[in-house]
Design a binder for this molecule. Structure first.
Ligand code: PHE
Length: 337
């Protein structure tokens, strides 16, 4: 009898190892655990066992039954859990894809602006981010103690007070005048730095595009025409323009350019602060002192210059109202461009 039990025990252990699915489990139950199964058969056989042997054989058999039921229960739980997991997998979902890199929205805006000016006949020039006082201020007609120098809080480079991080792209005007033949028709994109408190409207590091045209008989009308043409290509047709008198040491006369808010078409909205107008550029006729500093005779040549903030244009075009978002490196924003 013991031999028979041992045989069935072996069979059970062997069968347990093979159980993988619900069906295997059910088969196993039918063979061993039902009323007509192999374990019950052994119990039936107990009748034939002698009185002396009965307690030992009975104990052995009971242990085998308990063992088998326990294993069966464990396996059923394991398999039904696995099924649950499987049912959570949605085979119709599309797979995960990797992010494909692309240009930053500020760079994309700059490229668009540069391309329009190139179409209008401008060439592209660049200057260094670390400038000297001469190019950033002196040559641009900022008098030594003029408050205009404070207008643009400057990061000076400690070891040498004469070196600084440029506060605007205008110093490249001087470099272009020194290095390029006349007539000059250049745009100068680049990064600029100001020691400013960081807020939704301003950063300590941002981008500008400078423009400079110098030739015989350049007039304010040409400045206006250039700005209008650029704006229409950049922001769309049917805009109105407003050149407001302003002041820069390096231009005279100077103006700030407003265009109709293209988001509300002038009706007034959050972005234009309910004025219907957006300020997009500083501009003016190049000051004679600046032409002189650039080695150009102001009696023979005249010119115009303008400066546009790139982040500002990117914000206007995308409706983003916090400039800091551009540099937060948040993929939720960046992947929208
Ligand atoms: N440099 C000026 C600024 O940073 C902009 C400007 C450029 C104004 C050229 C007039 C002409 O605000």
């Amino acid at each position: 009898m013991i031999e028979e039990i041992r045989k069935v025990e072996e069979e059970i252990k062997h069968a347990l190892e093979k159980i993988k699915t619900k069906e295997d489990l059910e088969n196993f139950r039918r063979i061993f655990l039902v009323r007509k199964g192999k374990i019950q058969e052994l119990f039936d056989g107990l009748r034939k066992v002698s009185k002396e042997e009965k307690p030992i054989v009975g104990k052995y058999l009971n242990e085998l039954k308990e063992f088998t039921e326990k294993k069966f229960k464990e396996l059923s739980e394991l398999i039904s859990k696995g099924d649950e997991k499987k049912s959570q997998i949605d085979l119709t979902l599309s797979g995960r894809t990797d992010y494909i890199g692309h240009f930053h929205p500020v760079y994309q805006t700059m490229e668009k602006m540069v391309n329009i000016f190139v179409e209008l006949g401008f060439r592209v020039a660049e200057g260094p981010d670390i400038e000297d006082e001469y190019h950033n201020f002196d040559a641009l007609n900022f008098p030594p103690e003029h408050p205009a120098r404070d207008m643009q809080d400057t990061f000076f480079i400690k070891s040498d007070k004469k070196l600084l991080l440029r506060t605007h792209t205008s110093p490249v005007q001087i470099r272009v005048m020194h290095n390029k033949p006349l007539p000059i028709r250049y745009i100068m994109p680049g990064r600029v730095y100001r020691n400013e408190a960081i807020s939704a409207r301003s950063l300590a590091e941002f981008h500008q595009i400078e423009g400079l045209y110098i030739n015989h008989n350049v007039t304010f009308a040409e400045l206006k025409g250039t700005m209008v043409e650029f704006s229409e290509r950049m922001f769309g047709k049917n805009l109105r323009f407003r050149f407001r008198p302003s002041f820069f040491p390096f231009t005279e006369p100077s103006a700030e350019l407003d265009i109709t808010c293209f988001l509300c078409r002038g009706k007034g909205c959050r972005v234009c602060k309910y004025s219907g107008w957006l300020e997009i550029a500083g501009c003016g006729m190049v000051h004679p002192n600046v032409l002189k500093a650039g080695g150009i005779d102001p009696e023979t040549y005249t010119g115009f210059a303008f400066g546009l903030g790139i982040e500002r244009v990117a914000m206007l075009l995308s409706g983003i109202d916090d400039i800091r978002l551009f540099y937060a490196n948040d993929m939720r924003l960046l992947t929208q461009f």
